[in-house]
Design a protein around this ligand. Sequence first.
Ligand code: NDP
Length: 452
Amino acid sequence: MAFDYDLFVIGGGSGGVRAGRVAAETGARVALAEEYRMGGTCVIRGCVPKKLMVFASGYSGRMQEAAAYGWDVQAGAFDWGRFRPRMRAELDRLENIYRTNLGRPGVEIFDQRAVIADPHTVELADGRRFSAKHILLATGGMPFKPPQVPGIELAGTSNDVFLMEELPGRVLIVGGGYIACEFACIFNGLGVETSQYYRGEQILRGFDGEARGHIAELMHGRGINLHVGTDVERMERRDGGIWVKATDGREAVFDRVIYATGRVPNSAGLGLEDAGVRLGRGGKVEVDAYSQTSVPSIYAVGDVTDRVNLTPVAILEGAAFVETVFNANPTKVGHTDIPSAIFTQPEYGAVGLGEEEAAGQEEIEVYCAAFRPMQNSFIDKPERVMFKLIVSKATRRILGCHIIADGAGELIQFVGVAMKMGATKEDFDATVAVHPTMSEEIVLMKTPVRTA
Ligand code: NDP
């Protein structure tokens, strides 16, 4: 049977664009539909603008430090009105690059919504239908707000932050995950009075316990009003802002409330159930190790499959799909030992297991150093960095590494390489320190602080 395309990709984010481009480079006839902007969550309303805001917000602390180091600094307020157009221009530039990269190998782009009509047919919003040998779902995810909270319609999400006309004076962030902690640090750094409510005992559930405590302490220290064991009971528009009553009885008024209470797969209304595509909890598209759904001609990659929701993982899944389907080389993506960074201030980089998780699996040694680095002690800045290694007693392999320090996102990338190669504690010990740096500590920790 002749198809209009060999591959029709639905969704122009990181996973879809990579798969579409690489498939077209094999000579396949490829189309891609995107209903919003090319680049998806990462480029348009996620990693990229977030990181630009992280950079912007980091300068306030830097200016204070520069003054302590002897610079004559004129501290000024942050001007969102000057920053925002530059951020927008950068996103436009990146969006164009994505478009160009797709166009070069001949991917046909449709700037509209597409849904699945049957296992080999895609229908566009304008009614046109195309047949395709394979369909790739790469529709990503979207922020979730708990609908039962009275007044929830007054709250925004991370999507709204990038579109703000002006910076709020007082903000409340709800949640304790990646996004909540990153935005709390961003707003705080930009000079906004920042509160954060998290319902659980400690922020960043799922990460290493000691690291979670360390980050929480640093966030408090930088002036974020972090309240754990606290959730929003209800919200009302009142007193010139959003009045929030918390579960611990606290009442406060904010200019903005941002919910960062998780994300859900973007799988509704795409015709998936009718086509026979099996959905799992929360609407995630069920796939096998090759990203194939329950319908053989339909594959899915990225956040819509809710495996590990990170841009580089979606990209790897997209590339592995092309390798499997268009290069006849079945390729799985490993979803373990994935390094990642939480862009709090300072950053938290992690790879592998946290102490609690590792101890639940086997006997371990824990090496940890928390100290004031030279740059901070010189100016009496109390913030400590943290370097932590979890080591298997049996194999000596590094099971987990946790770094909290400026630039931890950059550092953890290299530890990730060492761990992929199966590095042992003795390999770290045998590596000569780079002096004077704070990261030299990672090869100098000789005695375990505890075993478990
Ligand atoms: P997370 O799943 O990390 O965190 C969600 C937070 O919201 C948790 O603290 C959770 O609490 C809380 N929560 C969930 N439901 C409710 C509710 N009904 N009421 C109150 N609180 C609630 O999601 P994020 O939105 O922060 O991030 C989504 C994903 O995006 C991440 O998992 C990550 O994969 C990715 N991401 C990665 C980044 C990076 O690499 N730097 C940056 C940003 C996002 P509890 O712990 O109690 O469940």
